[in-house]
Design a protein around this ligand. Structure first.
Ligand code: ACM
Length: 447
């Protein structure tokens, strides 16, 4: 007999296995769900087969577990802008997140290279912006550049999104959308040239890197993006909405008389303050709708918007500064959480963006910087793994990059530091990858 009970005063769940019965108690439905995930992991790995074996005895050891997560934000990100990923894969990814007790899916939906979310008021965003005529072959550093000549694209309809958000909610995963602004917006400018700074006609970008093309800061552009956010807020129930804010080159703003006039008109000192002003318009708009803005750490430059939560990706300095200023922070540093980096010797790995982030380094991460006081450390909501897809064209490849490193990150997000032990993790991982194999996950084989 398996008994699931709601009880108050439990931080997550309490699992007891006796010869008579299995008891899972939790204050919240999510806690019961996590208790069940743990129970599944106590059963033989064959429980994860699509058609469970009949020649296996389903036994669970007698035990008592009291468990709760270290962080409230246990996230995984996926970039569907650089490469469109089919809806079925998004669901599989969410399943895998839930299995590892992650509770946030950060869905990167817009990029220079593709706009992936249907917006009813602005249909050209997907009619035009969801498609690029070809894609770079090999690494962006190669000279001369070569292209595949293949049209690439796709987008999620609003029905797709509602379906995915509901699917995730059933698994206690909140989906946070990211709509990039003012940089990483070439596909949007290609669809609606009036959003841009120059008169140059644009297409969705076919290269990797940081495009110079950036949104202007006209009132009409602010309204356009707030209208997008209005549709986004209907589709997504996440309190947090990500507005990007990273890698917004100021070159076009510096060169444009119209933008320079706008900067003076607004009484701002420079382009950094204009970026900050832009983000503040979104911060206020989201706050007026009871949502909270999240941005990459560049949003600190030129002054942080009052309600902003920061994703600290260029190391931890941005996160430390934000937490010291009383803002919430999610730790996402390239050094420990960029799962698009090589996980082993590049000579024997598929082409990746660069970097080097082996499993053990992910596992070793502590998202709370020692520079913070206890009070400031409370602003560290948690940690998140990033899967940027410039060099990850398929779901199988995304699985290869994410797993097993996401398994290590799951423990970073859940387990108290004093209980972490890499040797022990490695042993458990040998068994755990058998579960992933049963789930048809193309994980990178263990060394
Ligand atoms: C980022 O990697 N540009 C957030």
């Amino acid at each position: 007999m398996i008994l699931l009970t709601r009880t108050s005063a439990l931080k997550a769940y309490h699992l007891t296995v006796t010869p008579e019965r299995i008891d899972i108690q939790a204050a919240q439905p999510a806690g019961l769900f996590y208790g069940i995930q743990t129970l599944l992991q106590l059963l033989p790995v064959e429980i994860f087969q699509a058609t469970p074996a009949t020649n296996v005895t389903w036994t669970v050891p007698c035990l008592t577990i009291e468990d709760h997560p270290r962080f409230t934000w246990r996230g995984m990100h996926l970039d569907t802008g650089r490469h469109f990923m089919p809806k079925a894969f998004i669901k599989k990814y969410i399943d895998l997140l839930a299995l590892h007790k992650f509770n946030r899916f950060h869905w990167h939906l817009t990029e220079d290279q593709g706009w992936r979310i249907e917006i009813k008021q602005y249909p050209k965003l997907t009619e035009v912006g969801a498609w690029r005529k070809e894609t770079l072959i090999g690494h962006a550093g190669e000279n001369p550049a070569r292209y595949d000549g293949q049209r690439h694209g796709g987008f999620y309809t609003q029905d797709d999104i509602r379906d995915i958000v509901a699917y995730a909610r059933e698994r206690f995963v909140t989906v946070m959308p990211e709509i990039e602004m003012p940089g990483h917006s070439q596909a949007a400018i290609a669809a609606y040239p009036e959003l841009g700074v120059t008169d140059k006609s644009l297409e969705a970008w076919t290269q990797w890197g940081v495009s110079d093309n950036i949104l202007n800061a006209d009132e009409a552009t602010i309204t356009f993006y707030q209208n997008i956010l209005t549709e986004v807020m209907v589709l997504f129930d996440s309190e947090f909405i990500h507005i990007g804010g990273d890698e917004a080159p100021k070159k076009q703003w510096q060169a444009s008389d119209a933008v320079q006039t706008r900067i003076k008109e607004l009484g701002l000192a420079n382009e950094h303050e204009l970026q900050s002003w832009f983000i503040k318009q979104m911060d206020r708009f989201l706050a007026d709708h009871d949502r909270r803005l999240v941005g990459w750490d560049e949003i600190l430059e030129g002054g942080l918007a009052p309600g902003a939560t920061v994703m600290s990706w260029r190391g931890e300095a941005g996160g430390i500064a934000a937490a010291q200023a009383g803002h919430d922070v999610i730790m996402t540093p390239t050094s420990h959480t960029y799962l698009d980096y090589y996980q082993a010797d590049p000579q024997h790995e598929p082409l990746a963006i660069g970097g080097f982030l082996p499993l053990e380094k992910v596992y070793s991460y502590d998202p709370v910087p020692t520079a913070l006081t206890e009070e400031q450390a409370r602003h560290i909501l948690g940690v998140q793994g990033q899967v940027w897809t410039e060099y990850i064209p398929t779901p199988e490849h995304a699985e290869y990059m994410a797993f097993p490193r996401a398994c290590a990150l799951a423990e970073v997000a859940w387990t108290p530091v004093k209980q972490k032990n890499f040797t022990d993790f490695q042993q458990r991982l040998r068994q755990h990858v058998q579960r992933l194999a049963h789930l048809n996950v193309n994980f990178r084989p263990l060394d």
